[in-house]
Design a protein around this ligand. Sequence first.
Ligand SMILES: *[C@@H]1O[C@H](CO)[C@@H](O)[C@H](O)[C@H]1NC(C)=O
Ligand SMILES: *[C@@H]1O[C@H](CO)[C@@H](O)[C@H](O)[C@H]1NC(C)=O
Ligand SMILES: *[C@@H]1O[C@H](CO)[C@@H](O)[C@H](O)[C@H]1NC(C)=O
Length: 350
Amino acid sequence: MERWLTLLLLFPVVFFSTVTSAKGCRRPQLNANINVAVDQMFFDPGVELALSCKDGYTPISGPRKIVCTTSGAWTATKFLCKPKLCPYPDAPSNGDLYYEDTVYQSTINYTCQEGYILSGSSTSVCQANGTWSTPVPECIAVTCGLPPIPEFGMIVYNTRVRGNTTDYGITGTYKCLPPYALFGDATAECMTSGTWTKTPECRRVTCSLPENIDRGYMSTNDQRDFDYLETIKYGCTGDYVVEGSLEIVCQQDGTWSEKPSCKAPCKIGIDRGRILYKGKKMWIGDFNPNKVLHKDIVSVWCMNNARKCGYSVSTQCIDGRLVIPECYEEPSGVNYNLYAGSLPSEIQQC
Ligand SMILES: *[C@@H]1O[C@H](CO)[C@@H](O)[C@H](O)[C@H]1NC(C)=O
Ligand SMILES: *[C@@H]1O[C@H](CO)[C@@H](O)[C@H](O)[C@H]1NC(C)=O
Ligand SMILES: *[C@@H]1O[C@H](CO)[C@@H](O)[C@H](O)[C@H]1NC(C)=O
């Protein structure tokens, strides 16, 4: 022991150099996908380290062993690990899939087309052993039961419906049995949620006997309630003309549709002159009785004094009022009786 100590004091340099020359290796700096079996930080020269790939990675090249040399460096290696590949995934029928890669830890997202519900997992991950974490999900067609039918109502489908289920997208139209009126949306549709659109209601609607119109008459005078969609006709007396619909209908809100009105005939307000009425040119004195109906068109003649020619101008009877064009000049009685040939209606036409 004493000799050993002396030796140590006498040859410190030699001793030190021996220690440094025998230095080991630090833990090797390796790619993150590579596993080193041990935890320690320092290794003695000559130590061998076995390399392997982490879970989910496969070795592709190079020696799988490195050795700590006396110079404190590890022997070289081209050992590499690449991620494992999962098989190319299939899309579910009536669905789609989205993925960027099929390597370890990649994710697939699955979706179903409109009208289909995804059954299973909507995502799958490529696992360390190269398999997908979940099987391809299924896209199951949405179905609705049969739609509720409102009381006093019915439904007419746009396609044939068999059994007691209906597919997504099927539509129908609700109708109420007369005299019930439909309140709500008449269109029925099996929605993506597997339920039907809101069912409308069928309610009884009545209208009471409407009032007569001025100068008119009605097809009925029954003092009773009229059902939804029942109709009543109107007419006008004498030379009055119906304007609007001849028939009114009892509407869903319990009121009648707009009533027509009776429009008055007109008198042509000239005493001496010719008129053109329904393609016939005649003297006003011969037009008996002097009466045209609402909307009728009548022409009178005016004079173009500059060019010494006559021209006709039309006007229309509107509910008892027929405006004589301003250019019309009533001839004097003498002119009318003695010089009728010089009136605008008789001379050359412009
Ligand atoms: C999958 O869905 C997730 C979450 O919605 C999203 O973050 C990711 O980008 C999607 N991946 C692909 C490949 O579409
Ligand atoms: C792959 O790994 C997963 C998760 O660890 C496991 O459930 C599955 O059985 C493995 N598959 C095969 C074919 O080894
Ligand atoms: C549908 O009809 C079948 C046979 O007609 C019946 O067994 C089943 O219970 C019905 N399902 C519903 C929800 O009514």
